[in-house]
Design a protein around this ligand. Structure first.
Ligand code: NAD
Ligand code: UGA
Length: 477
């Protein structure tokens, strides 16, 4: 094996592969990094001269791309060529929940991981370190190894350039919207594997910018499992605080004060205690579902049910919010215009996968509402895809006819609206001028803030009727 890594190939130019490889290229100018993808449209966007057209929105990313792209960072569809030239290959492809067959709805679909492994088996040359960057079920490294080893022919044993593989697990812990900071200053880097030399070569890459004590090395299975469990624990915190939000509304306590009070206990900690419309994103639901599937696979039923509840509570919260909106708008939203502010699953990303806004918007459309959706980064096509309904198309159920339309500004979205529902905690929603907005709204004008981000006091002073998650206006009057 070479003394150090000079040529990296990353399969998958998505939310993880793109930013992760960009930061590696930036921190390791001596390493050539090629990010490859089967999606040529995506690669075209990564190579666009106009950096506002990058396929993902991530604060701070375009500045680094500008520094490294076409120097030691390349985005390409030439998968075969870059696999052949690489000393180290990261697999960073999607691993969504299976929609068909055994384990549908729970197990991860590994077809893209398998396809990548087969490509590596076919095109790699000499000794190659294969790194699992995707989040994978425990013991997937064994499958990857089997596929790779099956490609080593008898002739290879005599050849000086024989194929040889080492598989490492190196899960990614970045969170979207904060990816650059998370990659540059990680809490830890986790490397699982058996081959000490391969571990050391991967470690060396991270040592270019990560302190030694933050790099944890462990066995393969613990590394794979830790990634699933980390996400399950984070999601569990969100579901836990969300169950407290309804109790606050019932009792007159304020969820913000409760979060602050419990978070000051070092053992609990202040992060991840914001109550909201539920967790979204491509991973929490997928990874907990996968964990539930693994528990069931090993016959651990009680444990599976425990973690399943974290997902159930997430949907309960979304349906609960819909019911609150309906109740306050006199039980019906037929023929009413509802302004939806924010559609991404959290602020500072254009990612809409599993966004809580999807279920709440679908519920409101089914109730006959006409939604006017504004998000500073999400495009109309993404909303159409997620709602499975074209813009302006009528959704007809039992005489209730709902629809949605895209808005380019907050003003456009709120004009003639009966209510404003804040779904994502975008910074600009903090500074809405409610005196302006209220003039254009139908009366009585409602503000439903599911993220506690708006200036509720100013909205009230302007004359808005307000509801904020985890707080009961009536009890606290
Ligand atoms: P993504 O869907 O944004 O990107 C995956 C990319 O892989 C796609 O562009 C797809 O075209 C490409 N791809 C699939 N099969 C391929 C093949 N055979 N050859 C070449 N390209 C191929 O997914 P993502 O959000 O980047 O997630 C990737 C993995 O990382 C998942 O396992 C996810 O669970 C994990 N993860 C994601 C995050 C996150 O914040 N999104 C964080 C940590 C871990
Ligand atoms: C999450 C983890 O935080 C990352 O460590 C992990 O790498 C990643 O999943 C993954 O494996 O994909 P991400 O989904 O990008 O990252 O975003 P988070 O910041 O974790 O937020 C997830 C969801 O929980 C969002 O919808 C967010 O609004 C919600 N959330 C988060 C809350 O409702 N309250 C909080 O206090 C925190």
């Amino acid at each position: 094996m070479s003394k150090s890594i000079l040529n990296i190939c990353c399969i998958g130019a998505g939310y993880v592969g793109g930013p992760t490889m960009t930061v590696i290229a930036d921190k390791c100018p001596n390493i050539k990094v090629n990010v490859v993808d089967i999606n040529s449209e995506r690669i075209k966007k990564w190579n666009d001269k106009d950096l506002s057209k990058l396929p993902i929105y991530e604060p701070g990313l375009k500045e680094i791309i500008e520094r490294c792209r076409n120097k030691n960072l390349f985005f390409s569809t030439e998968i075969q060529k870059h696999i052949s030239n690489a000393d180290m290959i990261f697999i960073s492809v999607n691993t969504p929940t299976k929609t068909k067959g055994i384990g549908a709805g729970q197990a991860s679909d590994l077809k893209w991981v398998e396809a990548s492994s087969r490509e590596i088996a076919k095109y790699s040359k000499g000794k190659t370190i294969v790194v699992e960057k995707s989040t994978l079920p425990v013991r997937t490294a064994r499958t990857i190894k089997e596929i790779l080893e099956a490609s080593v022919s008898k002739d290879d044993y005599d050849s000086s350039n024989a194929k040889e593989f080492s598989v490492l697990s190196n899960p990614e812990f970045l969170s979207e919207g904060n990816a650059v900071n998370d990659l540059e200053n990680p809490d830890r880097v986790l490397i699982g594997g058996e081959d000490k030399e391969a571990i050391s070569l991967l470690r060396e890459i991270y040592l270019n910018w990560v302190k030694e004590e933050k790099i944890i090395t462990t066995d393969l299975w613990s590394s794979e499992l830790s990634k699933l469990v980390a996400n399950a624990f984070l999601a569990q915190r969100v579901s836990s605080i969300n169950t407290v939000s309804s109790l606050c509304e019932a009792t007159g306590a304020d969820i913000k004060n409760v979060s602050l009070a419990i978070g000051t206990d070092k053992r609990i900690g202040p992060l991840f205690l914001n109550a909201g419309p539920g967790f979204g994103g491509s991973c929490f639901k997928k990874d907990i579902s996968n964990l539930v599937y693994i528990y069931n696979h090993y016959g651990l039923k009680e444990e599976a049910e425990y973690w399943q509840k974290v997902i159930d509570i997430n949907y309960w919260q979304q349906n609960r919010i819909t019911e609150i909106i309906l109740k306050n708008l006199f039980g019906t939203i037929t023929d009413k215009k509802i302004s939806i502010l924010g559609f991404s699953f959290k602020a500072n990303t254009n990612d809409t996968r599993e966004s809580p806004a999807i279920r709440i918007c679908k519920n409101l459309i089914e109730e006959g509402g006409n939604l006017s959706i504004y998000d500073p980064q999400v495009k109309a096509e993404a909303i159409e895809f997620n709602l499975n309904l074209a813009e302006h198309e009528l959704f007809d159920t039992e005489a209730k006819v709902g629809s949605w339309q895209f808005s380019n500004t907050i003003i456009e979205s709120t004009k003639n609206a009966d209510a404003v529902v804040v779904m994502t905690e975008w910074e600009e929603f903090k500074y809405i001028n409610w005196n302006e907005i209220i003039k254009m709204m139908r009366k009585p004008p409602w503000l439903f803030d599911t993220r506690s981000i708006t200036n509720i006091k100013k909205a009230k002073e302007a004359g808005m009727k307000t509801w904020r998650l985890g707080f009961n206006e009536k009890i606290n009057q």
